[in-house]
Write a protein that binds this ligand. Structure first.
Ligand code: ZN
Length: 351
């Protein structure tokens, strides 16, 4: 089969690989649609260390090609979505309520990290009953592919922010995760959503997904402006969706005492994240910094596709480009540079 791999740090390409084998609890999928993620770019740039011929990708939907003998919920031919994070549900971490950290820090992140990812003709899914979900008839493959990571991570940011009904929120960066954090804040009942972004297309999408006010960091002092918009008090919750130490600092500055700073950014560079000491209340302002890794699993994915099925939002507005799998290398390099206003590139597999 064909697979799009990171041959080593900084190098990508399509190579031939063996079709994966299906264990008794597992499934093999034939992908139909997938999305390239900025974290694929981080991986290729060396954020998680060296890898050799590792298949990239973790956002995919497809058709079940084979299931193991103990799989009960799915069978060959089913149209399914698999979370980007595929935890070991029997692990102590999962039993303690942290499935994404099963098997150690970030251990639920297997695709394109500790095993081959999803940009291949066939994809192996561990614990199929627990990690796959059916796609309802009215939901397109393209829309469902956003559930894998973008909806799950963005909404997690909003859930972790514990936004009070009618509360005030600032969402820093409106890439696809930030846009879904904005959408999540609206779905959870935020009363005022301030989105920080400078790219016009992203500003426009932020408004579509629920932002009330856009703060443009290229022309305004973001901290000053957000404090002004909240009568000097700061917001109840802020979310970081870029992966920048500087933005974590700004989140702390604009969040009121007792508020939450929810991180969804992938901090792929540097040795430290720095906190502004005074605005952090010299460590005593009860401003909680919360982290999380994209939740996966059958229940999570089923809930996300239900939102799509009932028209709560349309994530496909984020698809700016479409490529056949054969051109995935080109798509990847465009994602690296975000050229041509790229937000999310959709990859179409041959059926
Ligand atoms: Zn992703």
């Amino acid at each position: 089969m064909k697979a799009f791999v990171m041959s080593r740090i900084g190098q990508v390409g399509i190579i031939d690989k063996e079709r994966p084998e299906c264990g008794p609890l597992d499934a093999i999928l034939r992908p139909t649609k997938g999305l390239i993620c900025t974290s694929d770019v981080h991986t290729v740039h060396g954020a998680i260390g060296e890898r050799e011929d590792l298949t990239l990708g973790h956002e995919v939907v497809g058709v079940v090609d084979e299931v193991g003998e103990y799989v009960t919920r799915f069978r060959k031919g089913d149209r399914v979505v698999v979370g980007a994070i595929t935890p070991d549900w029997g692990s102590d971490a999962a039993q303690a309520g942290h499935p994404s950290q099963s098997g150690g820090a970030l251990g639920g992140w297997k695709f394109a990290n500790e095993k081959d990812g999803t940009f291949a003709d066939y994809v192996h899914v561990n614990e199929a009953d627990a990690n796959l979900a059916h796609i309802p008839e009215g939901v397109s493959d393209e829309a469902a592919a956003y559930c894998c990571d973008m909806l799950s991570t963005g909404f997690m940011a909003a859930e972790n922010a514990r936004i009070p009904m009618g509360g005030t929120v600032a969402v820093f960066a409106q890439g696809p995760v930030g846009l879904m954090a904005t959408a999540g804040a609206r779905l959870l009942g935020a009363g005022l959503i301030i989105a920080v972004e400078t790219v016009p297309k992203r500003q426009e999408l932020a408004k579509t997904y629920g932002a009330d006010i856009i703060v443009d960091f290229a022309t305004e002092d973001v901290v000053e402006r957000i404090l002004e918009l909240t009568d000097g008090e700061g917001v109840d919750a802020s979310m970081e969706a870029l992966g920048s130490s500087d933005l974590i600092g700004q989140c702390i500055k604009v969040t009121k005492p007792g508020g939450r700073i929810s991180n969804a950014g992938y901090h792929g560079e540097g040795e430290f994240i720095q906190l502004p000491r005074i605005e952090w209340g010299v460590g005593m302002a009860e401003k909680d910094l919360v982290t999380g890794l994209c939740p996966g699993g059958h229940l999570r994915m089923s809930r996300l596709v239900r939102l799509l099925e009932n028209g709560r939002l349309d994530p496909t507005l984020m698809t700016t480009h479409t490529f056949p799998f054969a051109d995935i290398e080109k798509a990847f390099h465009m994602m690296e540079s975000k050229e041509d206003g790229m937000i999310k590139p959709l990859i179409e597999f041959e059926s």
